[in-house]
Write a protein that binds this ligand. Structure first.
Ligand SMILES: [Zn+2]
Length: 467
């Protein structure tokens, strides 16, 4: 195992050595379900998906937990504004989130815990913090973490705690507290807000405690990797470390991974669909989910991603090249001896791909290795220098690398209902030289969004994705 990852806390690139050999435990901060999910959030989720897929491809067991924040200030405000029950609102947006991530081929996390189902665990952590003098109550029943009790506060974000002031970067709460820097663990009951009866009193959790409770419940008090966007480093992850370690006395997380921002291309975006920033709306506008996935994973996670019409078009072109190659290899037939050097070409591509991803998930170098292979295979196809078996081996290699990328078409699954039968009937018609039936079936497939081409190797098909 040689995967190396950049840890935000230490600032070092480190070898991944799971606490339990062969089993990596990963927690990702998930969505707050009060509205449609933005592509910037999905960039961060898909980066975690790429990590999970790659570690599994490498033969590791992975337990991946992504929380669902289903109670917070914005949820309460939106539900009150809409006159809707909080549970109905969060259920609706959670279903939409699941549909978006399925469309973008995100691996379903092993656990998708919901904050409202972990109130007991949160209260238990806060109870321990009160006992140990790291937390205190205010008159309205709220409970705050005392930052002055935790000297390591600020290490993740590289902030000097004595310099922290209330302001743009520090949450200003409405509740009275001893020190402006302190953050809310628990919010006392208020009219018009949901409240839970717990051993620490009635109220509802602060946002930060949710992630400490859900991660430690499902992964243990110490676990391997915690991911999130860079905007979560402070105060969210700083607070998670303080409250978790102050309550357990153990190291909370071994490696912190943070995904950089997605920047919308501003004026450059106005022409087509680029000014849409919500996944569901992009998909409804007809953007190919595979092209969107590609656009969101194709830039190294520690670099800002400039999301523009051009980057989306480049992603669609990359997908198109892969689809064409896959369809060509699938249909390829050439009665000739196997190419003696093909195994070496495929093994080199795989080695370059793995070396790139082992290097802190360097996706751009991994994709360069993939597209060098695409170019080489296209050259050999044009020369007809592959045998039928070679084409099958090459296709097998592409599909193997795609276990990590998830951007190739799923053969049958990607065909619209009924299209597989039409394709098969059309193959039969052509074998019988029944050109009239063959043409009619081609037109029927076109109405389903499937473009059929006839090649010397037989028919091949692809989706006519709108972009
Ligand atoms: Zn979180």
């Amino acid at each position: 195992m040689t995967t190396r990852l950049h840890d935000t806390l230490s600032g070092e690139v480190r070898q991944l050595e799971p606490l339990e050999p062969g089993h990596v435990r990963i927690y990702s901060c998930g969505p707050t379900v009060y509205g449609p999910t933005h592509i910037g959030n999905f960039r961060s989720f898909l980066f975690a998906d790429l990590l999970v897929r790659y570690l599994r491809y490498r033969g590791l067991r992975v337990t991946w937990v992504m929380n669902i924040t289903d109670i917070d200030d914005r949820i309460i405000a939106n539900a009150n504004a809409a006159g809707e029950q909080i549970g109905d609102l969060t259920e609706r947006w959670l279903e939409r989130f699941k549909a978006d991530f399925a469309a973008l081929r995100m691996t379903p996390p092993d656990v998708l815990p919901r904050a409202t189902e972990h109130i007991d665990e949160m209260a238990a952590i806060i109870g321990r913090l009160l006992e140990r003098g790291h937390a205190y109550r205010t008159d309205d029943g709220s409970i705050f973490f005392r930052i002055s009790s935790w000297p390591a506060y600020g290490r993740l974000a590289r902030l000097d705690p004595s310099q922290l002031q209330v302001g743009a970067r520090v949450e200003a709460d409405d509740y009275g507290k001893d020190d402006v820097r302190d953050f809310a663990l628990w919010k006392g009951p208020k009219p018009g807000e949901p409240s839970w009866e717990t051993p620490i009193g009635p109220g509802r959790p602060g946002w930060h405690i949710e992630c400490s409770a859900m991660s430690m419940k499902h992964l243990g008090e110490s676990f391997d990797i915690h991911t999130g966007g860079v905007d979560l480093i402070f105060p969210h992850h700083e607070d998670e470390i303080a409250q978790s370690e102050a309550s357990t006395g153990k190291t909370f997380v071994r490696t912190w991974l943070h995904c950089d921002h997605l920047r919308l291309g501003g004026a450059k975006m106005a022409r087509r669909v680029g000014n849409i920033a919500r996944v569901s709306e992009l998909l409804e506008a007809g953007i190919s989910p595979r092209a969107l996935r590609y656009a969101l994973i194709a830039v190294n996670y520690r670099q800002a991603l400039e999301y523009t019409d051009a980057s989306l078009a480049a992603a669609a072109a990359a997908i198109e090249r892969l689809d064409t190659l896959e369809a060509t290899l699938d249909a390829y037939a050439e009665d000739r001896p196997d190419a003696p050097d093909l195994e070496g070409v495929l093994a080199d591509a795989r080695a370059r791909f793995e070396a790139a991803l082992d290097d802190d998930l360097n996706i751009s170098a991994a994709l360069a290795a993939l597209f060098d292979l695409v170019r080489e295979l296209n050259r050999r196809i044009a020369e007809r220098s592959l045998s039928t078996a070679d084409a099958g081996r090459a296709l097998g290699s592409l599909r193997d690398l795609d276990r990590v990328l998830a951007i190739l078409p799923d053969e049958a699954a990607d065909l619209p209902p009924g299209a597989a039968d039409l394709l098969s009937a059309r193959g039969g018609a052509r074998a019988n030289r029944d050109w009239a039936t063959s043409d009619r079936l081609r037109d029927e497939l076109a109405t389903l969004g499937v473009v059929v081409e006839d090649t010397p190797d037989g028919q091949r098909w692809k989706r006519s994705d709108p972009i």
